[in-house]
Ligand binder design. Structure first.
Ligand SMILES: [Zn+2]
Length: 303
């Protein structure tokens, strides 16, 4: 009897150890994409796994594991920043642990050049070349913003399509526009400007946690919301901020009122979507879903 019991235990242990070798896993990512545009990736397996990450543009993005796909699935949203990414081939790396073994799967994504228009703007001269006394303030804000944008939490609180941040979406300036302020070229536009009279309700596109708020030199009234897996929503030029750092917000919650604070030519909402530190065009995502986006990728087997 005793012997039978121990052999059962041994059999059980062998079964547990052996199970992952019967697991099959796949990753999905596109082979080419436009610079500045968001794309979706996934990892799916017939068996459970842990600590999934995807590394892209030198940033390791923590994913979560949820039921779906072949059994378990991890979703990621990635992209490239039009301001500093050049066309070319870039490595993507997936890693996860299954049955005590670390699995890696890598590939390349070719980023295609995309033409974004130019735009000349007239603003207060101190918003192009700030006075000396503002430099320490600007430096301090840029540190806070850097920290907020590096927030990395594994739990996914973003679901697609996002809630549009305003009831009506009319663009006054597209993402990616190269901007010339008072004749001086500056970095391309890292978000979309949406028409909004001062005081319009601004809604959270995704559920998440507020990681930074403030009235900043260039951006004016600002709200940064982390929705997990490196997905961060940013609003600028707000007149009123209705949330504070650490607040949990639900999808569609009114988090601020639009305005005309900071470097602006008039009232509007500036809406940025940051994916793993990369500012991408937030608008195309408003009319698509993760499932539709993944259909544009290729699947390859890992184990
Ligand atoms: Zn803007």
């Amino acid at each position: 009897m005793r012997r039978l019991k121990s052999s059962l235990i041994i059999t059980a242990i062998i079964a547990i150890m052996a199970a992952p070798s019967y697991a099959s896993s796949w990753v999905n990512f596109p082979t080419s994409w436009d610079i500045g545009q968001a794309f979706a990736v996934s990892l799916t397996s017939t068996a459970d796994y842990s600590s999934p990450t995807v590394t892209w543009m030198n940033r390791s993005i923590a994913l979560n594991v949820e039921p779906g796909g072949a059994g378990k699935i991890s979703y990621g949203l990635l992209g490239s920043d039009v301001r500093n990414i050049k066309p070319g081939s870039y490595k993507i790396l997936f890693e996860f642990i299954q049955g005590g073994k670390k699995y890696k799967a890598s590939g390349n994504i070719y980023l295609r050049a995309k033409q974004y228009p130019k735009e000349e703007l007239k603003v207060n001269p101190k918003m192009v070349n700030p006075p000396k006394k503002e430099l320490s303030r600007i430096q301090n804000e840029s540190k806070l913003i850097g920290t907020a944008l590096r927030t990395m939490t594994a739990s996914r609180r973003w679901t697609t399509p996002p809630q549009p941040p305003l009831a009506s979406i009319t663009l006054t300036s597209n993402y990616g526009k190269q901007r010339i302020y008072n004749g001086q070229p500056r970095a391309g536009h890292n978000g979309a400007d949406i028409r909004a009279v001062t005081g319009t309700d601004v809604r959270a596109p995704f559920a998440g946690t507020v990681v930074l708020t403030g009235f900043h030199y260039y951006a004016g009234g600002s709200v940064y919301i982390d929705s997990g897996n490196g997905v961060i929503t940013v609003f600028f030029h707000l007149s009123k901020i209705l949330v504070k750092k650490g607040d949990k917000v639900s999808k569609g919650q009114v988090v601020a009122k639009s305005g005309a604070t900071g470097r602006v030519t008039g009232p509007h909402l500036h809406y940025s979507l940051v994916l793993g530190g990369q500012f991408v065009d937030p608008i195309p995502l408003l009319s698509t879903s993760i499932t539709q986006m993944l259909k544009r990728g290729n699947t390859r087997q890992v184990n």
